[in-house]
Write a protein that binds this ligand. Structure first.
Ligand code: GDP
Ligand code: MG
Length: 169
C-alpha cells in the first residue's frame, strides 16, 4: 500500500529554549549559535519513510509569538502532534512547558500527540530535576527525550518518537 500520511506538527515552548534549533538540526542537520527569533515562522515540509510508510510532515515553527504566551489559533489548527520544548538550564521554561501542554489539549484536542524535549542536554548547569520531569511525563502519558540541538543528541529520536505516535492505520 502506498498511502501517504500527512500530518501537521507544531513546535512550542518558551522563547530561546531551542525550538528553531531543533527544527534546523532535524531538517538540515545543522546548528547555529545565533538566535534569530524573528526569522522563524517557517513551515518546513519533510517527507519521511519509516515503519514501511510514507509520512509527509508539515512542521510549524514560531516567529517569536510564543514570548507573548499566546499563539494564534491558526498556529495550532489541525495539528496532530507537538514537540513541547524546555531548556534544562532554565527552571521557568519547564513550568511554561507544562502550561503549553495544557493549552494544546484545550486548543487542539485531548488526543494531540505530545513529545517533551528537555533540550540543551549538552550544558552542565541543569536547573530542573529530571526525575520530576519523568514523573510528570509518566502521569501525562508523554514521551520524554533529553535533546541537544547543538550536538544532535536524541533530536532525530524525538521527532521519530512523535511520528510513531501519529495515527497511521
Ligand atoms: P527558540 O526561540 O526556542 O526558537 O530558540 P533558538 O533555536 O533560537 O535557540 C536559542 C539559543 O539557544 C540560540 O543561541 C541557540 O544557538 C541556543 N541553543 C539551542 N539549542 C541548544 C542546545 O541544545 N544546546 C545549546 N548549548 N544551545 C542551544
Ligand atoms: Mg525560534
Amino acid at each position: 500500500e502506498n498511502k501517504i500520511y500527512s500530518f501537521k506538527i507544531v513546535i512550542i515552548g518558551e522563547s530561546s529554549v531551542g525550538k528553531s534549533s531543533l527544527l534546523l538540526r532535524f531538517h538540515k542537520n545543522q546548528f547555529s549559535n545565533k538566535c534569530e527569533p524573528t526569522i522563524g515562522a517557517s513551515h518546513v515540509q519533510k517527507t519521511i519513510n519509516t515503519f514501511d510508510k510514507q509520512f509527509q510532515l508539515l512542521i510549524w515553527d514560531t516567529a517569536g509569538q510564543e514570548q507573548y504566551h499566546s499563539l494564534a489559533p491558526m498556529y495550532y489548527r489541525g495539528a496532530r502532534g507537538a514537540l513541547v520544548v524546555y531548556d534544562q538550564t532554565v527552571r521557568e521554561s519547564f513550568n511554561k512547558a507544562k502550561k503549553w501542554v495544557d493549552e494544546l489539549k484545550t486548543q487542539v484536542s485531548q488526543n494531540v500527540r505530545i513529545v517533551l524535549c528537555a533540550n540543551k542536554s549538552d550544558l552542565e548547569n541543569k536547573n530542573v530535576d529530571i526525575e520530576e520531569v519523568k514523573t510528570y511525563c509518566e502521569e501525562n502519558e508523554m514521551l520524554l527525550f533529553q535533546t541537544s540541538a547543538k550536538t544532535g543528541e536524541n533530536v532525530h529520536e524525538a521527532f521519530m518518537g512523535l511520528i510513531k505516535l501519529l495515527p497511521n492505520k
